[in-house]
Design a protein around this ligand. Structure first.
Ligand code: ATP
Ligand code: MG
Length: 484
């Protein structure tokens, strides 16, 4: 039950906006401090006033008892009455003085008109000075009674009123309340200001966070101070900046992927067209002409054996040529030599064909047992990267020499393709589909690829691929290497 109440209270407080929480705390604290201070001040001043008045009543009763002796002995009651009246008039808290004789009659008193009989009931037959608190229609009073000449001449009563001191205390409390109200009001204004200073930047931060949540990364929050909130805003801006950067990188990368995909699809289409054209233009036509040739031979009844042998030789040579071109077509489409002979011989064959076709010297160095550490997918990928890099050298570099180095060491395959061509400025190139394709293939194998080129200083393509049980080298969102 109790726990439930606290849980509900905490839930309710949790739903209250921050600014109201701070305000509420300030107002509650000011109210508590004010109330406790007022009660404390009231109690202390009242106690002090009460003991002060007791002292006054006691000393007045004793003093007036001494003074009254002579007048009572000489029976100068008229004079004593006058002295009593004058004393009551001059002393601010003193309300009355009167003497009661042994038989209970009032001998002398400060009351000029009508003596209040109920005062006779207070402090009767006292042997020494005694004080009683009494309530009259004028409010609280202290009645101090002192015997005159050991009581032989009667008892003198001095009445001291609380009225003046109560009104003074009330005045003090009122001014205290006003002061505390002013302090509370100032506190509330200051807390409003403080709440504004604290919550305003938080509101901006909240808006900015919501905006980022909706994908608006360009949002910025102004730093308002050098305190913790200022630090928070700085950290937030930094985070927004990083998010913007990584979002930009992500979208750039996405575009590149799309371009690459389009390029791959286009290349596939072109390849199919080329294969279809090659098959149609070369193989189909050759086969058709072979058909005709065979028909002619079949129909000719007069052909002599020598001519027949010559014709068959010609036809065999045509078929051999056609088989060669079919073989080239197939190995362009899929380097079956990798499956047949292995990766290293396939690379060597490609190097030989490259040198023959493009007349560029290619120095190939292979270190380590690469073949047995690369799986089928990795072999094709590495082959294609080298193929693209070498074809780039042939098409764009005007180089006359290229060094191709492949090495396998400590589970890492490293490859460098370095030409002595004209080089280029990577940042000025728009369409880098071939280069991105190489990089994609390397990343697919958890590796990384970088390209270093400078106008006039040749180009170097370098890639590394981890083989077996070593962690990826390349974070797929990172592009700085290729951008260098
Ligand atoms: N070895 C190199 N020497 C000089 N320039 C190069 C070299 N490699 C690449 N380049 C430059 O970089 C550009 C981009 O190369 P990339 O391979 O991405 O595209 P491409 O070869 O033009 O077309 P493809 O998509 O058919 O490969 C090239 O157009 C060329 O200007
Ligand atoms: Mg290319």
């Amino acid at each position: 039950m109790k726990n439930n109440f606290y849980a509900e209270l905490l839930k309710f407080l949790g739903n209250v906006p921050l600014r109201f929480k701070i305000m509420g705390m300030v107002i509650f604290t000011a109210f508590l401090i004010s109330t406790i201070s007022i009660i404390q001040v009231y109690k202390t001043t009242e106690e002090q006033a009460s003991s002060y008045l007791r002292e006054i009543s006691r000393s007045t009763a004793n003093e007036m008892a001494n003074l009254s002796e002579d007048y009572l002995l000489t029976n100068d009651i008229y004079k004593l009455d006058r002295i009593f009246q004058e004393t009551v008039r001059l002393r601010p808290n003193l309300r009355y003085l009167f003497v009661v004789d042994k038989s209970g009659d009032v001998t002398a008193s400060s009351f000029s008109k009508g003596f209040p009989e109920e005062l006779l009931k207070v402090n009767r037959n006292v042997k020494k000075t005694k004080i009683d608190l009494i309530r009259t229609d004028e409010g609280k009073m202290l009645d101090a009674a002192a015997p005159i000449m050991h009581g032989d001449l009667g008892i003198i009563h001095a009445g001291v009123s609380f009225a003046k001191s109560t009104s003074n205390i009330n005045k003090l409390i009122k001014s205290l309340i006003v002061t505390l109200l002013i302090i509370t009001a100032v506190g509330v204004v200051l807390s409003l200001l403080l709440t504004y200073i604290i919550t305003e930047p938080l509101k901006y931060l909240l808006d900015a966070t919501k905006a980022i949540g909706k994908g608006n990364y360009a949002i910025k929050t102004l730093k308002s101070a050098n305190d913790e909130i200022g630090e928070l805003i700085l950290a937030f801006n930094d985070m927004a900046h990083r998010l913007t950067k990584s979002e930009k990188e992500r979208s750039e990368r996405e575009n590149q992927r799309k371009m690459l995909l389009k390029k791959i699809i286009d290349a596939q289409e072109n390849e199919r067209k080329r294969v279809a054209r090659d098959l149609h233009d070369k193989v189909a036509q050759t086969l058709a002409s072979l058909m005709i040739e065979f028909k002619i031979i079949e129909n000719s009844k007069t052909i002599n054996p020598a001519n027949l042998t010559k014709k068959i030789k010609e036809l065999r040579s045509t078929i051999t040529q056609e088989l060669d071109s079919l073989h080239t077509l197939c190995s362009d489409l899929r380097p079956s030599v990798i499956d047949d002979l292995g990766f290293v011989p396939a690379i060597e064959m490609f190097r030989d064909e490259f040198v023959k076709r493009y007349k560029i010297d290619c120095d190939l160095k292979i270190n380590g047992d690469i073949d047995s550490h690369l799986d089928k997918t990795a072999k094709i990928a590495v082959y294609r990267i080298i193929q693209e890099a070498l074809i780039n050298v042939a098409r764009h570099s005007s180089a006359d020499k290229v060094n191709l180095t492949l090495s396998y060491c400590r589970n890492l395959l490293k490859c460098t393709i370095q030409d002595n061509g004209k080089g280029f400025d990577l940042s000025k190139k728009q369409d880098l589909t071939g280069i991105y394709g190489m990089r994609e293939r390397a990343e697919m194998l958890n590796g990384r690829l970088s390209l270093h080129s400078e106008a006039g200083k040749g180009t170097t393509v370098l890639f590394e691929i981890p083989l077996k049980d070593i962690p990826p080298l390349w974070n797929s969102t990172k592009q700085s290497e290729i951008k260098k």
